[in-house]
Ligand binder design. Structure first.
Ligand code: FES
Length: 106
């Protein structure tokens, strides 16, 4: 299973093995990692799963869709490489992915 590293706003890292086909959001929720809430269950309707993809991985995850951008714009912490983690599907290619979680989600 791909290993995903979630880094909180204080720099603490949490690792989780996330099944292919799950979302990065689901991986955090299933492993009780604080900082990704996932209030709408992955429907791209809440933005409580905001994450900032580490620069080196952004090409592999790709940019946010237009619908994602609309949600992300509600966040004061949006950055160029922001994504909704519920919209990032885990694939073998994302083994080693590193995402950062914004302070506002704690
Ligand atoms: Fe609600 Fe991702 S879980 S937008």
């Amino acid at each position: 299973m791909p290993l995903i590293t979630y880094i909180d706003h204080k720099g603490n890292a949490f690792e989780a093995d996330v099944p292919v086909g799950d979302s990065v959001m689901q991986g955090a929720v299933d492993n009780m990692i604080d900082g990704i809430i996932g209030e709408c269950g992955g429907a791209c309707a809440c933005a409580t799963c905001h994450c900032i993809v580490e620069d080196a991985w952004f090409e592999k995850t790709g940019p946010a869709s237009d619908d994602e951008k609309l949600m992300l714009e509600m966040s004061s912490e949006m950055q160029d490489n922001s994504r909704l983690s519920c919209q990032i599907e885990v694939t073998e290619d994302l083994d080693g992915l590193v995402v950062h979680m914004p302070q506002s989600q704690y």
